[in-house]
Design a protein around this ligand. Sequence first.
Ligand code: AMP
Ligand code: ZN
Length: 729
Amino acid sequence: MQIRLHNTLTRRVEPVVPAHAGEIRMYTCGPTVYRPVHVGNLRSYLLADWLRRTFELFGHHVVSVKNITDVGHMRQDAVDRGEDKVIAAALAEGKTPMQIAEFYEAAFREDERKLGILPATVYPRATAHVGEMIALIERLLARGLAYVVDGTVYYAVKRFASYGRLSGNVGEALRQGVRSEVDPNKRNAADFALWKRAEPGRSALVWDSPWGSGFPGWHIECSAMSTKYLGERFDVHTGGVDNIFPHHEDEIAQSEGALGHPVVGTWVHGQHLLADGVKMAKSARNTLEVHEIEELGLDPLAFRYQCLLTHYRTRMHFSVAALRQAAEGLDHLRQRVRVLAQLSGDKTTPPRLPERVRVAFGSVALDRWNELLRERLADDLDLPGALALVQACVTDADIPPSVRLQFVHDADVVLGLDLDAVVRERTDAPPVVLEAVAGHELARATRDYDAADRLRAKFDGVRVDDRASGALVARADRRLAPRPRRTIASARELRDRRAKRAVRSWSVCVLAREWPDDVARCVRSVLRFIPADGEVLVLDQGSSEDAKRRLDELAAREPRVLVHHADRDLGEGAGRSALLRVARGRSVLELDPSVEITGPLFTVLEEALGDGAGIVGPWGLRTVDFKHFDEVTAGECDAIQGYCQAARRDILLAIGGFDERYRFYRNLDIAVSSAVRELGLRALAIGADRVTRHEHRAWEALSDEEREKRSRKNYDRMYKRFHRTAVSA
Ligand code: AMP
Ligand code: ZN
């Protein structure tokens, strides 16, 4: 299989034919080291890394060169003005240009390392190759392709017949392409400086030359260094699309002009990373650097994963939200690999097959996956396709885990997500952790769950997940930190399932405001008695961070408990309606955290609801005047108290759910009960022997005045609307 790549020069996807058998020589335009690189730059360097790894996978020896521009004129017009970014940065930071360049080169190498970019074979520095640049310029002068004016050497683009072929900038397009500020010494506006005379007073980054003291133009370094390290013909040259013109157009003019023949086989250009709709660039103030990814609590490899999702010739929209999503994707993939490596034996392989056949079956499958992988990579570096293959393989339960793991390993040689480290996490864990894990598993085996929990708390830097099939060891820094939880600002942000069929028997709805111990007691008591397909929905109405965390922990341990967080108290009516939007139960039980279920409540509620009652619960209310209410625990009544109130979901939906104008809980229960009764259905108290009411802290915590204030509006609203509905009158 031959690797095919899009060649900017021919505008076609074509096979890469190495100029030297078995070897690929590639050149990548590297950074100007006067400031940190951003993730836009790194998208281009990732492309080069994936190319290099792909060539290696296909069996080529790769020589890769990435230059370090440490005499820093990036734009020709800036060169024309004699500006140098390295010198400017040095002046600004009070350092020498050398110190600046060394500092940012080291930072760049570190950023590359964090993204899993393999080091190039050589990182030649421009300042160390001025001699080669001068020699090249002399050759261009000798061939009549350049001219000298007043100590500055220009390239005469008109003398190079194929100038403009790479970028398509010929004729009028070329005139448009070159910058407006024209140097009067140029014969042609499109000519560019190969060597620039030093302006008076420039003391740093100047060299003697046949044309006097000066410094090189921007493009010449890449011609000089690429041909020095890779020879007069090499295979692949990469960069971002902004490098096509003028930088690479000029490089071709220089290298081919001097050597008299084509030099680069395939020009590969990566599309830009955009942020807020425009190219990520320092000048656009929309950059993100690697250390900032870390400061977000994310692994820099999440950005690598993110880039895998978009083909290199497609512009990629960057946002922190998308980066977070990618981090979650990577976390998922790692977790799958971890489970494969640590928890699944080869259970999927038919056990009676002899080992010989088993191995053969595995290796055939593996070969097939690797072939598909190579096909994707050979097809103009289809990395999204390659990643999709890995995802498909790891989740395919029909493939033996050992084959899946081997394929993950093989594919990751190119993808570079360091998945092998995930495989090794358990064996790499410090002995003390391994011992503790063994103890932990023993405790589990002997059902000593308290001890198992205690052991888990000990691990430092290592996370151990307690799973049904055993303990899963993960390096803590390889697991995504729990995401700052999503909060809703209104019920509308919860998925509306009201029109959907009820697929559960019961939904128990709990509004939580602080008091996590009460909520936990309430929820645990529900879980003891609710039918197996029931769900517990908790809406946290802006509790403190600690209480929120406690709820999340509860939900993490109990799959039937679903916790939503609101950014504040939405109010009793709105909160209950919010949960009704997502409830999937045929029947819905509204429960206050102060209540604990102590017996088989659901069967009794179910019976009563099946018996023609519309709203049921342990504690009812009777009244004659809708002013004074007496609590009853048996028989038909005027209302069922909200502490524990059950109804069919469709009935609650028929009455329009819970009126959001009831901010406080009081009297909402009477309003709801009355509305149900208006439908001709009864309110029925079913006895309080299966429930316990604990201190109602939401009420106890309020002063008399506050109680009165909060109840008043609710009462007036309820009275006005429902006072004629009393049955006991
Ligand atoms: P510069 O320092 O601007 O020459 O950029 C160094 C490398 O990063 C070049 O190959 C550029 O093409 C590339 N690059 C710069 N900005 C972006 C971007 N927003 N997206 C992708 N590549 C970029
Ligand atoms: Zn270059």
